[in-house]
Design a protein. Structure first.
Length: 149
């Protein structure tokens, strides 16, 4: 009986540690402001190479675990007007995978202005980054990213 109780205790603490290791950056707050801003600025720089406009993000999903972070959202102009895109782009979905290297976040992969139904650039992304916690990905895309569909 003691062994069974010890096993349950170990499982409980293990699950608690895992649950605590996922940080939600969807909403900016005092605790995440610096890192969140750093990552979104990296993504904004990349987007500005394609579209030279002041852009802001509407973050739908942004989770961090250890040295990896995954963001999903949309992008829009700061002034609320329509983004002028070349004809081959779809507006306005954006996804990104970040990795912390030497205390700095870098953009490992990103998809800008992707069209959900046809442009699944992140398909099987988990195979390229197996050390990233699969729980950072949104439930909607986790099976596609981890190739478990």
């Amino acid at each position: 009986m003691k062994k069974l109780n010890l096993l349950f205790l170990i499982i409980f603490f293990y699950n608690s540690l895992i649950a605590q290791s996922i940080r939600n950056f969807k909403t900016k707050n005092d605790a995440n402001a610096k890192e969140r801003t750093e990552m979104l600025d990296l993504l904004r720089i990349t987007l500005n190479r394609e579209v030279e406009e002041d852009l802001v993000f509407v973050v739908k999903h942004f989770k961090v675990s250890g040295i990896y972070a995954w963001m999903e959202g949309t992008v829009q102009r700061k002034d609320g007007k329509i983004i002028r895109l070349p004809d081959y782009y779809e507006c306005c979905a954006v996804e990104a995978l970040f990795k912390k290297v030497n205390s700095k976040w870098i953009l490992k992969r990103g998809g800008d202005f992707t069209w959900r139904d046809t442009d699944l650039w992140f398909l099987c992304l988990g195979e390229d980054f197996p050390e990233a916690d699969s729980n950072i990905y949104s439930e909607d895309n986790r099976s596609l990213i981890m190739c478990t569909y």
